[in-house]
Design a protein around this ligand. Sequence first.
Ligand code: DOR
Length: 429
Amino acid sequence: MAKFLLKQGRVIDPANKIDGIRDVLIDNGKISKIGAKVKGQGAKEIDAVGLFVMPGLIDMHTHLRDPGRPDKETIASGTRAAARGGFTTVCCMPNTEPPIDNQAVVKYVRDTALSDGVVNVLPIGAITKGLKGELLTEMGLMLEQGAAAFSDDGKPVMRANIMRRALEYARQFNVPIIAHCEDLDLAQGGAMNEGALSTEIGLPGIPALAEEIMVARDILLASKYGRIHIAHVSAAGSVELIRRAKHKGIPVSCETAPHYFSLTEAAVKNYDTNAKVNPPLKSPADVKAILKGLKDGTIDAIATDHAPHNIEEKNIEFNTAAFGIVGLETALGLVMTKLVAPKILTLRQVVEKMAVAPARILNLARGTLSEGAVADIIVIDPQAAWIVDPQQFVSRGKNTPFAGWPLKGRLLHTIVGGKMVVKDGRLLA
Ligand code: DOR
C-alpha cells in the first residue's frame, strides 16, 4: 500500500487537541506519524500548504437504496458520492427493498460494500420487522453481522411500548436507537411545514408539533429505558426539549442536516419538489434555534440524510412527490459556507459534529488522526469557490434544492484506510 506524506497542512484533530501546521505520514493503511516536520522515506509527498487536513467525515444518516432501488442509488454510486463529499464512513438506513431487518440483508450490505464500495459502510438495522412498527427485529444477530445501530428511519415507531422494548433491548448491546420523530396522526397527509405559508400556497401542512411531541415521548422513554439518538432535528421545540433533557442527564443525542440550517420553508414556495423533505423545512425562527443548538452543543452531530430519488418521483405534483434531499456532495460546502464563514461554528466544532460525535455515539474507533489509527483522512481547500451543479454529482440522485448555489470550501482529497480514493476532487476508483 502506498505511503503518503501530507506536508504542512493545517491539521484539525479535536480528539488530540491539535489545530496547527503539521506533516502527516500515512503508511500501511495507518497514520504512522504526525509532527511539525516528519521525514517519510520513500513516501509520496502531497503538498497541503494552505489546506485543511481533517479526520474523514462520518455520515450517521445516509440512504444508499441498496438493496432494491438501483434507479435511485447503489452502494457503488452512493459510496463514491460520499468519498467526493469528504465522508470516509457512511451509516446506511434500513428503508431499502427489502428492508435491512435481518442478518442476511446486513451481510449483503457489508459484503457489497467490501466488493463495490469505496468508503466504509455501516448498516443501520431496522427496529421492527418490515419497518412496520409492530414486531422487534433480531438485533443481536444483526449486530453480529456488523449493524451499527437501529432505526426505522423514514417512519416513526408509533407504539410507545414497542419503542420501550427496543430501547431496553439495544441497551444490552450498548448501541443507540435512532429515532425518526414524527407523530403520524398529526402529520397525516401533509407535504410541507404548517403555517401561514402553507395556507397561502395551498399545500397541506405538517405541524412542527408532529416532530416535537415524539421527541418529548422518546426523551421520556430514554429517561427510563435506554439511549436515544434523535435523527434529523428540524424544529425549535425539539432543540429546547433536547437541551433540557441533556441538562437532566438523560442519555439523548441528536443530529440535524444541512438543509435545516441553510433553508427555510420559503424554499418550497414555488412548489420546488427538490425542497420537499421529511421532516419539512421550517420557519426562520426554527432555523435560528437550530443554529443556536449547533453552537451551544445541544445538537451533537451534522448528518446528511442523503435521500436520493429518481425524477419520476420528484418531477411531479408537489403533494405526491417523494420526500428527500441528496446531501453527500453538498454537506461540506454548506457547512463551510453557512456555518464556518459566518463564525457560527469553528473548524474544530465542525470536525466534532461530523466525525468525533458520530464515532462517539456509535462506539466507533474513528474520527481522529491519532498515530496508529486507521488512515481515514480528508484534505479540503477552504478558499475554493464552486457552484452546485447536480449534473456533476456522482450520486444517482440529483434532487437538490441547492442547484446553482455558490459555495466556498471544497473537498480535495479523500483517503480511506490509507488508500487515495479522491484526488484533486476527482474519483480514482
Ligand atoms: O425526506 C426524507 N426522505 N425523510 C425520511 O425520513 C426518509 C427519506 C427517504 O428515505 O427518502
